[in-house]
Structure formats: structure tokens, C-alpha cells
Design a protein around this ligand. Structure first.
Ligand code: PMP
Length: 392
């Protein structure tokens, strides 16, 4: 080792475990908080996964213990969402794929499978990126934008409006939760033509609420907010879509849904440790009572935060219109950069972290994902209250 090695490089490889109570109260937008029970379990199993004789990090993706982990993830998702657990379901049942490439790669895979003509509801940065990929594939006229709140700073989602479609669109894409702007569509948008299949980017509200899959062809998201670690992409799709050849004949093999559906997400080396953690997180979500219970908890907790913001409207200026407010990401500004700075500094002193708003909105963003503890939410609410009282 060179004499210029840093302290981290020379630190001994054996170290004591930091105590759970030393952890910060993580309200960041993603990668985000993990349930402590999942971390404890992963720590206990890190050296030897029971029955496998080795670490989950060391498992071959072709081994029986890994297939069991994958099956556990599929079973837990099946129980949460009412999916078919394992390939080959009926036409109406959705299958779970665990892929790589993040939600961003799905933006590209989707238009390659449907062809031109998709409609995109534009509620923010991620919808805009999804639309951009469809236009890269099929040209400017190759995807439509029947609704956008761009001119209003993306403060709304079409919660109460009807989206007018031509009727022959192969799919309608929307982002169910806009992580950056703090808006959410908690029910499918009303469409002038109900028959158009829905494709949903649910990256930031996966496994946080029940979802009516009957009208959906595809629901997808990066796992790194509610469903596991960065590096795993959750895809729940209708078998007909997942097994059909892409419209674009030059579509690379790894970008074809059928490649992954036929091989049960084992076409190439999956993110094995990530899949293990997705299984643990999904099982944890079930143990919390499933999607109804998690949704009720999210409503209660976000309700407390919004109620506090509403009590001090001249200090806390919410970004989202009230009807579009997200239960997952609460976004607001304070009257000056100095006050925002002080709010964040004082929050850090309370061990609250991850609260700085995204650079395109500024201000403050509190992400209240499933694994955020009640202690973190209560500390935030107390901080909001005390800060407002101290300043008024
Ligand atoms: N969609 C939404 C709603 C997101 O929040 C994000 C990431 N923050 C993305 C897409 C992009 O996901 P990834 O980084 O997994 O590509």
C-alpha cells in the first residue's frame, strides 16, 4: 500500500457494528431508508444464508438457493399485488420480472415493444424523460402528450380531469408518483377511451398502496425507494406483452421482455444480492399488513405533515396543489433561501437527513417511504412546528 493511502484504505477490515440507534433519520428521496428489521436480518445472514452454506453475495444465480430467493420475491409480490407468482399465468394475470437498468431503461424498452403512437401524461422530469425515449425511437410525431402541467411548474397531476385520447393509442403512460415535484395520481386518470392499456412508472410509490392492475399492461419502477436497493428494476407485466416480440426488429436481446420472461429473469446474471433484499423488503411489507395497511399508515403520516404545513401557510409554501399531493414526497419552500438553509441546518441537528429539495424545485422535500420510521416522521413534525413558532 502506498504511503499516500487514505484512512479509509488503511482501516482494518474488521470493525464493530455501529449501533442501530446511531442511525440518522433518513427522509431522502432515493436510495432511501430500509426497514431496520431487513438490515438486521441481512446482517445476520450475510456470512451464511441458512440452508445455502454461503453468503447471499456468493450464490450462483443458477443455484437452488438463489432460485428459492427469487421465488420468495415473486411470492411476496404476488401476495401484495395479487400477481401470478411464477411464469406462465393466464392472460389477465401479471408476472413479476426483476431486471437491471433502472426505470430509465424501461423508458426505452416500452416504445420498442409497442411501436409508435404511445400517449404520455407529462407530470414532471421522469415523465418527460419517458416521452423523450419514445420520440427517440419513433420521431417527434411518434408519441403524443395529451396532458402536461409543465407550464404550471409541474405542481399538479390530472387527478380530477379527463384525458382526451384518440382511442387508437397502443398505450397510455403515466408516472404515478412524481418524486421531484411531490405530486401523485392515486387512482388511474379518467380517460375519454377506457380501452387504452395503461403503462405506469411507479418507481416512487411501489408497494405503498393497492393498485388496480386490471387496466395495466405494465407497471415498473426502480426498487431503490420503497422496494429494495438500487440496481433492481421491478416490472409487473401482462404475459401477452412480456412474451410478444418487440415491434422494433433491431431491438437488442437484453432489451426484449420476452428474453427475460422466458427465462424467469435469469437470462443473464441478475443483481443477486439486490434480489435477495427485494425478497426481504417485500416479505417485510406483507408482515406490516400488506398494501392496505401501508397505505393507511402513509395517509396518516403524510396527513400529519401536510396539516402542519397548512397551519403555517405563509412560512411553508407547498409545491403541489392540494388535490395532487403525494403521500410519499412532501415538497415545500420557505420564504427565503436563508430560512430554508436554517430549517435544514436545524433539522440536521435533530438527525433528520435527506431533506434538501431536488435542484429543479429547491426548498425542502421530505420522503415518507414505507421504511421511514414513525420516529423520523414525528421528529419532522415537531421540527416544523417548533420552527414555525420560533419564527412567528
Ligand atoms: N421515475 C421516477 C418516478 C423516479 O423517481 C426515478 C428516480 N428517481 C426514475 C424514474 C429513474 O429511475 P432510475 O434511476 O432507476 O433509472
Amino acid at each position: 500500500m502506498s504511503s499516500s493511502s487514505t484512512a479509509a484504505e488503511t482501516a482494518p477490515m474488521t470493525m464493530s457494528h455501529p449501533r442501530a440507534e446511531e442511525r440518522l433519520l433518513h427522509l431522502g428521496a432515493g436510495p432511501s431508508a430500509f426497514p431496520i428489521e431487513v438490515l438486521e436480518r441481512a446482517r445476520a445472514e450475510l456470512i451464511t444464508l441458512p440452508g445455502a452454506g454461503m453468503s447471499p453475495l456468493e450464490l450462483s444465480h443458477r443455484s437452488a438457493p438463489f432460485e428459492e430467493l427469487l421465488l420468495r420475491a415473486q411470492r411476496a409480490f404476488a401476495a401484495l399485488y395479487g400477481l401470478k407468482a411464477y411464469g406462465g399465468g393466464g392472460e389477465e394475470e401479471h408476472e413479476l420480472l426483476l431486471l437491471q437498468g433502472g426505470a430509465s431503461l424501461q423508458f426505452s424498452m416500452i416504445p420498442l415493444h409497442y411501436g409508435a403512437g404511445g400517449a404520455y401524461i407529462n407530470t414532471g422530469t421522469w415523465s418527460t424523460r419517458a416521452l423523450k425515449e419514445a420520440r427517440i425511437a419513433w420521431g417527434e410525431e411518434g408519441a403524443s402528450e395529451p396532458w402536461s402541467s409543465e407550464s404550471e411548474g409541474f405542481c399538479r397531476a390530472p387527478v380530477t380531469e379527463q384525458i382526451t385520447l384518440k382511442g387508437d393509442e397502443p398505450y397510455l403512460h403515466y408516472t404515478s408518483n412524481n418524486t421531484i415535484y411531490g405530486t401523485q395520481l392515486r387512482a388511474h386518470p379518467a380517460l375519454s377511451c377506457e380501452g387504452v392499456p395503461l403503462v405506469i412508472d411507479a418507481s416512487s410509490d411501489l408497494i405503498s398502496r393497492p393498485l388496480d392492475l386490471s387496466r395495466c399492461d405494465l407497471v415498473y419502477g426502480g426498487a431503490q425507494k420503497n422496494a429494495g436497493p438500487a440496481g433492481v428494476t421491478v416490472v409487473m407485466g401482462r404475459p401477452e406483452l412480456l412474451r410478444r416480440a418487440p415491434v422494433e426488429r433491431r431491438c437488442p436481446t437484453t432489451l426484449r421482455y420476452q428474453t427475460h420472461a422466458k427465462s424467469n429473469s435469469l437470462y443473464h446474471t441478475p443483481p443477486t444480492f439486490g434480489v435477495y433484499l427485494v425478497a426481504l423488503v417485500a416479505e417485510w411489507a406483507l408482515a406490516q399488513g400488506g398494501l392496505e395497511a401501508l397505505n393507511a399508515r402513509a395517509e396518516r403520516r403524510a396527513g400529519e405533515v401536510y396539516a402542519l404545513l397548512d397551519r403555517y401557510p405563509s412560512l411553508y409554501q407547498g409545491h403541489a396543489s392540494p388535490e395532487s399531493r403525494s403521500l410519499m414526497n412532501v415538497t415545500f419552500r420557505l420564504p427565503s433561501p436563508e430560512l430554508e438553509e436554517r430549517f435544514l441546518r436545524e433539522a440536521s441537528a435533530l438527525r433528520l437527513t435527506g431533506l434538501k429539495g431536488h435542484r429543479s424545485v429547491g426548498g425542502v422535500r421530505a420522503s415518507l417511504y414505507n421504511a421511514v420510521t414513525d420516529e423520523a416522521v414525528e421528529t419532522l413534525v415537531r421540527h416544523l412546528e417548533r420552527f414555525a413558532q420560533a419564527g412567528s
